[in-house]
Design a protein around this ligand. Structure first.
Ligand SMILES: Cc1ncc(COP(=O)(O)O)c(C=O)c1O
Ligand SMILES: N[C@@H](CCCC[NH3+])C(=O)O
Length: 442
C-alpha cells in the first residue's frame, strides 16, 4: 500500500495522518470526514516556490482555489506566501473573508458576471484573467464608469492537446476558454486591450488541462506563446511582464499514475522559456503557475463507515459506505480511480475484491471498482486516499445528504476547519408553499 505525506500505520495498527489516529478522528467527528495532511500541503507549496528560487526566476505560485476553497485553506495559502487564483464571486468572497491580500488574487472564468467584475474592482485585486471579447468590453466599460485601472492577463488557447481526460482538457483549439492563439483572435484581443485607457496588459495566460503527467504539453505551449510574443513585440512594441502557464500538474491517485515532482515540471518549463526568449532576443518574463490538485489532492483522505453489502453471485460483491458521489463526484464524472484501505486495520491480509458503492440513489454512484480488502463489516472505517482536490469543492447535496466536515491535521493536532452540514442547513433556503391567492404577482 502506498502512503502519501505523513500517512502511516501507527502502533495501534491504525492509519495515522499528521500524527493523528484516523480511527479517533472518525469517532470524534463522525463519518464521512475529509482529513487534510497540512504538512504535505506545505511541502508541496515549498517545493514549487523553492524550485523557482533555485532557478533565480521571478515567479508567483498561485494556488488554484477551485481545488479546495475554505477560509482555513486560504489562511494556509497565505502563510505559505503563495498567490491565489479564484474563479467566481464565491471563491473571491472566501478569499476576502480569509483576509487574503487582494493584490495577490487573480480572477479567472469564462463568463464572469458584471457583479463579479465589480467585486474584483472594488477589492482592487491583483489581476483579472480576461477570457473573451464580451468580458474585455464589459471590464473596460466598468473601469471607465469607476475611473479605475486594473491589470489584466489575456487567456489564450495555444492549440495543445494534453494527454488527459477529455473533460479536463482546456488548451485545445475547440475549447470554451480563452482567445485562440492561431486564428487571429488573440491578436485582436491584444490590440483592443492595449487601446484601452483602463486595462494594463500585465501578461498572457494559458492553462492546457489538468492531471497531466508529462512536460511536453507545457513546454510546447510555452514555445508557441513565446513565438507569438516575438511577433507582438515587433507589431505592437508590446512585451508582457508576466507569462502564466496555469496549473494541471498530475498527482498519484493509484499505482497506475506516475507524476513528476514539482521541480521537474517547473525546471523544464523554465528551461524552454529561457531558451526561446534568448533565441528570439526577448526578455525573460516573470513566470506564474497555478497548481491546484498538486498542492492539495494527495493531502486529502476521506474516512467513511462501512455499511451494507450485497453479493451478486459470480459477479461481484458491493460494499456500501455512508457517503458517495455527494462528497466525491469524480468517479462518476471522469471515471476517476482511487485506492483505499481499512483505517482501523490497514495491515490486515487482503481476503477479497469488492466494489465500493456510495449511498446515493444512482447506479453510477460507485467510488471504487474492484478494490482488494480484508473482509469488511460495519465495524470498519474505509479510508479513501487522494480526495483533497475537487472533492469537497465539488461536493453536493444530492438526495439532500449533508456535506461532510473537514479536519486539518498537523504535528499530532487536529482542527475542525469546516463543520458538518446539518439537516437545518439543508432546508435553510427553502420557503413553504403558500396560498395561491396571497402570492404577489411580479
Ligand atoms: C485556469 C486554471 N488554472 C489552474 C487550474 C488548476 O488545475 P490543477 O488543479 O489541475 O492544477 C485550473 C483547473 O484545471 C484552471 O482551469
Ligand atoms: N474538477 C476536475 C478538474 C477541472 C479543473 C478545473 N479546470 C477534476 O476533478 O479533476
Amino acid at each position: 500500500m502506498y502512503f502519501h505525506g505523513t500517512s502511516k500505520v501507527n502502533q495501534k495498527g491504525h492509519l495515522e495522518i499528521g500524527g493523528v489516529d484516523t480511527v479517533e478522528l472518525a469517532e470524534k467527528y463522525g463519518t464521512p470526514l475529509y482529513v487534510y495532511d497540512v504538512e504535505l500541503i506545505r511541502n508541496r507549496a515549498r517545493g514549487f516556490k523553492n524550485t523557482f528560487e533555485k532557478l533565480a526566476v521571478n515567479a508567483q505560485v498561485a494556488y488554484a482555489s477551485k481545488a479546495f476553497s475554505s477560509i482555513a485553506m486560504i489562511n494556509l495559502v497565505n502563510e505559505e506566501g503563495l498567490s491565489l487564483d479564484v474563479v467566481s464571486g464565491g471563491e473571491l468572497y472566501t478569499a476576502i473573508a480569509a483576509n487574503f491580500p487582494p493584490e495577490r488574487i487573480h480572477f479567472h472564468g469564462n463568463n464572469k458576471s458584471k457583479e463579479e467584475l465589480e467585486m474584483a474592482l472594488h477589492y482592487q485585486i491583483g489581476c483579472i484573467v480576461v477570457d473573451n471579447f464580451y468580458e474585455l468590453e464589459l471590464l473596460d466599460q466598468l473601469c471607465k464608469e469607476r475611473n479605475q485601472n486594473i491589470s489584466i492577463l489575456l487567456r489564450v488557447t495555444p492549440g495543445i492537446e494534453a494527454h488527459t481526460h477529455d473533460y479536463i482538457l482546456t488548451g485545445q483549439e475547440d475549447s470554451k476558454f480563452g482567445y485562440d492563439l492561431q486564428n487571429g483572435q488573440a491578436d485582436i484581443a491584444l490590440e483592443k486591450a492595449l487601446a484601452s485607457k483602463y486595462l494594463d496588459v500585465l501578461g498572457i495566460h494559458c492553462h492546457i488541462g489538468s492531471q497531466i503527467f508529462e512536460t511536453t504539453g507545457f513546454v510546447l505551449a510555452a514555445k508557441k506563446i513565446i513565438q507569438k510574443l516575438a511577433s507582438w513585440n515587433k507589431r505592437y512594441s508590446y512585451f508582457p511582464k508576466v507569462l502564466n502557464l496555469g496549473g494541471g500538474f498530475g498527482i498519484r491517485y493509484t499505482v497506475d499514475d506516475a507524476p513528476l515532482s514539482p521541480s521537474v515540471y517547473v525546471s523544464e518549463i523554465i528551461h524552454e522559456v529561457r531558451e526561446q526568449t534568448s533565441l528570439l532576443g526577448l526578455n525573460m518574463p516573470e513566470i506564474w503557475i497555478e497548481p491546484g490538485r498538486s498542492l492539495v489532492g494527495e493531502a486529502g483522505t476521506t474516512l467513511y463507515s462501512v455499511g451494507s453489502s450485497k453479493e451478486v453471485p459470480n459477479v461481484r460483491k458491493y460494499i456500501a459506505v455512508d457517503g458517495g458521489m455527494s462528497d466525491n463526484i469524480r468517479p462518476a464524472l471522469y471515471e476517476a480511480k482511487y485506492e483505499a484501505v481499512l483505517a482501523n486495520r490497514p495491515n490486515d491480509k487482503v481476503e477479497e475484491t469488492v466494489s465500493i458503492a456510495g449511498k446515493c440513489c444512482e447506479s453510477g454512484d460507485m467510488l471504487i471498482w474492484d478494490l482488494p480488502l480484508p473482509k469488511a463489516d460495519c465495524s470498519d472505517i474505509l479510508a479513501v486516499f487522494c480526495t483533497g482536490a475537487y472533492g469537497y469543492s465539488m461536493a453536493n447535496n444530492y438526495n439532500r445528504i449533508p456535506r461532510p466536515p473537514v479536519v486539518f491535521v498537523e504535528s499530532g493536532k487536529a482542527q475542525l476547519v469546516i463543520k458538518r452540514e446539518t439537516y437545518e442547513d439543508i432546508i435553510r433556503l427553502d420557503m413553504p408553499l403558500i396560498e395561491r391567492s396571497v402570492i404577489e404577482t411580479l
